[in-house]
Design a protein around this ligand. Structure first.
Ligand SMILES: Nc1nc2c(ncn2[C@@H]2O[C@H](COP(=O)(O)OP(=O)(O)O)[C@@H](O)[C@H]2O)c(=O)[nH]1
Ligand SMILES: [Mg+2]
Length: 313
């Protein structure tokens, strides 16, 4: 399946809610009147677009409708699609390796969001391109977490640095960076623990690991990649704010976009955080990782694919 195909498939449920919902609402024959705005507002909120983005989208649409003296709701549909694209576009900044080796990616996020899986997918992408990838098991909280990363790195063809369970995460990260630098690895991905973000000590521990990396190499980490689970909806936004405040997140991977109708959260993230969206996760396999491209995303989101589609003109 092609790139856009997989993305389209992953976004099926979000599309059902957001695109088919708005197409149903903004259909030919329906007039622009007060009730319509309320219905549209409800729909956008339900699709997890978030309060801030919803309010702004409505303002822009109302203003355009006034300015152009629009009467039919169907004229709002392309405007909405265009405005969502404009909101997402500034966050389009795909992940790239640095010229100097290794590019260091510090991967953070709440427990269970998909950090380890995403690391495996990124590792796989680069080993497939002939790059040398190292992963660091700095989630030392449970032995099972270390073993899980080991299995994934083997499958992805990446080298792994591990210490025993309960070891100091900073020490693992430090050793890995030293090894990756000495041996000329292209990419170092650091896995971390994600016990509840409400516990202050997790943030302190992560901050410490970041400091330790910096001590060894001024530019490291090149990326603080926050993994967010799309199925968490608005809660993902809350997590993002907490992590960003503590760690200055430089990139986001939004995963589990498959099988959720909450893909609209991407619009909320773009509206409120303006942090580059590096990756989209659309499944549990090594290949299920996409770069975020605003046009492709909006196309996939508003396409009329599937059995329920009408023939497009
Ligand atoms: N459907 C789906 N599941 C995912 C995706 N990414 C991760 N998962 C699943 O989420 C669960 C937790 O992932 P894991 O990487 O262990 O999370 P971590 O605790 O943050 O390291 C696993 O069952 C993964 O298979 C995704 O993009 N789509
Ligand atoms: Mg993990």
């Amino acid at each position: 399946m092609g790139l856009l195909g997989r993305l389209k498939e992953g976004l099926a449920k979000t599309r059902g809610l957001l695109a088919e919902g708005t197409r149903g609402l903004l259909r030919p024959g329906k007039a622009i009147e007060e009730g319509l705005w309320e219905e549209l507002e409800e729909l956008l909120i339900e699709a997890d677009v978030g309060v801030a983005a919803t309010q702004r989208l409505l303002e822009v649409l109302k203003e355009e409708a006034r300015r152009r003296d629009l009467k039919g709701a169907e004229d709002l549909y392309p405007l909405l699609k265009g405005e969502i694209l404009r909101t997402l576009k500034p966050c389009e900044a795909p992940f790239r390796l640095q010229k100097e080796r290794p590019t260091v990616v510090f991967v953070v996020g709440v427990n269970g969001v998909g950090k380890t899986t995403t690391i495996a997918k990124i590792a796989h992408r680069y080993t497939s391109q002939g790059r040398r990838v190292m992963v660091a098991a700095a989630d030392t909280f449970r032995a099972a977490a270390i073993d899980q990363l080991q299995i994934w790195s083997q499958r992805a063809g990446a080298q792994m640095v591990r210490h025993r369970e309960g070891a100091d995460p900073s020490a693992v990260a430090y050793d890995a960076l030293q090894a990756a630098s000495a041996r000329g690895y292209d990419l170092l991905l650091i896995d971390t623990a994600g016990r509840l973000h409400t516990k202050g000590d997790l943030m302190e521990e992560l901050k410490k690991t970041k400091r330790v990396l910096k001590k060894l190499k001024e530019e490291a980490p090149h990326e603080v990649l926050l993994v967010l689970d799309a199925t968490n909806g608005q809660n993902a936004l809350v997590q993002a704010k907490t992590f960003h405040q503590a760690l200055e997140v430089t990139g986001i991977a939004l995963v589990k976009l498959d099988g959720t109708a909450k893909g609209g959260i991407l619009v909320a993230i773009a509206e409120e955080l303006k942090i580059p969206l590096r990756f989209l996760g659309v499944g549990e396999g090594l290949e299920d990782l996409e770069d975020f491209e605003a046009e492709a995303f909006v196309e996939a989101l508003f396409s009329e694919g599937g059995a329920t589609s009408k023939a497009s003109a």
